[in-house]
Design a protein around this ligand. Structure first.
Ligand SMILES: Cc1ncc(COP(=O)(O)O)c(C=O)c1O
Length: 459
């Protein structure tokens, strides 16, 4: 009796395992087709049968408790919130305090009435800029966009997918080819066929390198680009991510070069990274360009682009609690960013210490006061040619070096740690992996690093 029921149970388990195996294979096949490599990791974590550490995605969980207690718990919806929020790029009573915050960080010259447009995430802001420059006749679909590499893979779909522009990665300088210089941009520009790139994209602080770019370099780069009649967009969505505890950030809006051509230098910011609100999809396009103003406000032929990804009234309710209103602005965002810097430093120092202890090298490891933003760019190239990878590794990354994809799969299954492979970010050579140390609690990031060290020792 016992034996029979035991056998029956085993049979059911085997069938269930088979069904789960088939479903799992179908799910893996489905996630391989996801364009966004970070979204692919989230999809993997969802179907994984074991607990995994997803440090491949750029999330920030460090502020959740403060946001929960000071914002989320206090949100009250009013009858007006059930109606259209107009204009879709932000009602004036909210754009007031938001702009006050942006002015403190980026430039006192930002005008709340004409310069700030809320969009659906930083991605929406980048894509809107591309459409604005096309609508204004500055760009034509097919035109080239110059991007210092490595870069956040999302720039590709922001500029290429719907606006139809073409991204040109610029290889950098230095022994590891990770140093941004004017000469590197110049080389890439010269090598690009006609018509030459008309838009330059900067990310500062940088994802995935972490660094802040210094004022003189930014001045030189902007002058170089302006001399070539280019437009520049600086993505400063990580501006408060200063992991050294010191603030070495320079906004493009504070440059002398900006003062000479304010309608050709644009800024992107958002609440995704610094505020840890990636699910909210709130971004800002900040610009003094008439072309931008036209498409964001709407003109005789175009409905405001924000209409399609608005600061809708649900978001407004949360943003109202977070930033206050024009007549009752809140100091909370400023205090929150101070807390963020402190927590970021603690989380950074702990992860850096553990990586060093584990002997896992990362870019900039020898530089004591180098900003890391929210990332470590691990250099695991020494493990690429290991003959000890298990034979049954399931690869989920396409179009990257096979050895890098194998190493990713090994860490994913053996250490249960998900990382973003450098090939997805146009790193100059295989073996780099981005680890986001704000994507999980400090304790779990530590556990993940220990797991990785154990796994790497097997290779
Ligand atoms: C540099 C950079 N810009 C923009 C974004 C996208 O922001 P959002 O999720 O708000 O669209 C990201 C997300 O990782 C990013 O790293």
């Amino acid at each position: 009796m016992t034996t029979t029921s035991a056998r029956t149970t085993t049979g059911q388990d085997a069938d269930a395992a088979l069904v789960a195996g088939v479903e799992h294979a179908v799910a893996v096949e489905r996630l391989r087709r996801i364009t966004d490599p970070e979204e692919r990791l989230v999809a993997y974590a969802r179907i994984a049968t074991e607990d995994v550490f997803n440090l491949g995605i750029a999330n920030n969980v460090l502020l959740f408790d403060l946001l929960r207690d000071n914002v989320f718990a206090k949100v009250v919806l009013t009858e007006a919130d059930a109606e259209y929020a107009s204009p879709p790029y932000g009602v004036p009573e909210l754009l007031g305090p938001i702009t006050a915050f942006l002015r403190k960080r980026f430039s006192a010259g930002i005008d709340p009435e004409y310069d700030v447009y809320a969009t659906a995430g930083g991605s929406g802001a980048l894509e809107s800029l591309a459409f604005a420059l096309i609508h204004g006749g500055v760009l034509t679909p097919g035109d080239r966009v110059l991007l210092p590499a490595p870069f956040w893979p999302g720039f590709l779909w922001c500029f290429e997918q719907r606006p139809g522009l073409r991204c040109v990665p610029a290889r950098l300088d230095g022994a590891d080819r990770l140093t941004l210089t004017v000469a590197a941009l110049d080389r890439a520009y010269d090598a690009a066929p006609d018509p030459k790139p008309k838009l330059l994209v900067l990310t500062n602080p940088h994802n995935p390198l972490g660094v802040n770019y210094d004022r003189q370099l930014l001045e030189d780069i902007c002058r170089w680009a302006l001399d070539r009649q280019m437009h520049i967009v600086s993505d400063e969505i990580y501006s408060h991510a200063q992991s050294t505890g010191k603030d070495a950030f320079t906004s493009v809006l504070s440059l002398d070069a900006y003062a000479t051509a304010p309608d050709r230098i644009h800024l992107v910011y958002g609440l995704t990274k610094d505020f840890g609100l990636s699910g909210f999809r709130i971004g800002f396009l900040v610009s003094k360009s008439n072309d931008v103003r036209r498409v964001m406000q709407g003109d005789e032929t175009w409905k405001s682009l924000s209409w399609f990804g608005p600061l809708d009234s649900l978001k407004c309710a949360y943003v109202r609690e977070l930033f206050g209103t024009t007549d009752r602005p809140s100091e909370f965002p400023t205090t929150l960013m101070k807390d963020y810097t402190a927590r970021l430093k603690t989380a950074h120092d702990d992860a850096a210490h553990r990586l060093r202890e584990a002997g896992i090298p990362y870019v900039g490891m020898s530089e004591v006061s180098r900003n890391a933003t929210q990332f470590f760019l691990l250099d695991l190239s020494a493990y690429l040619d290991s003959a000890k990878f298990p034979k049954d590794l399931v690869l989920i990354n396409h179009e990257i070096d096979r050895r890098e994809a194998l190493l990713e799969a090994f860490l994913r299954t053996d250490a249960r740690v998900l990382l973003l492979p450098g090939g997805e970010m146009h790193c100059p050579s295989p073996g780099y992996f981005r680890l986001c140390y704000t994507a999980d609690t400090m304790e779990r990031v530590g556990e993940a690093i220990t797991n990785m060290a154990t796994s790497l020792r097997k290779l």
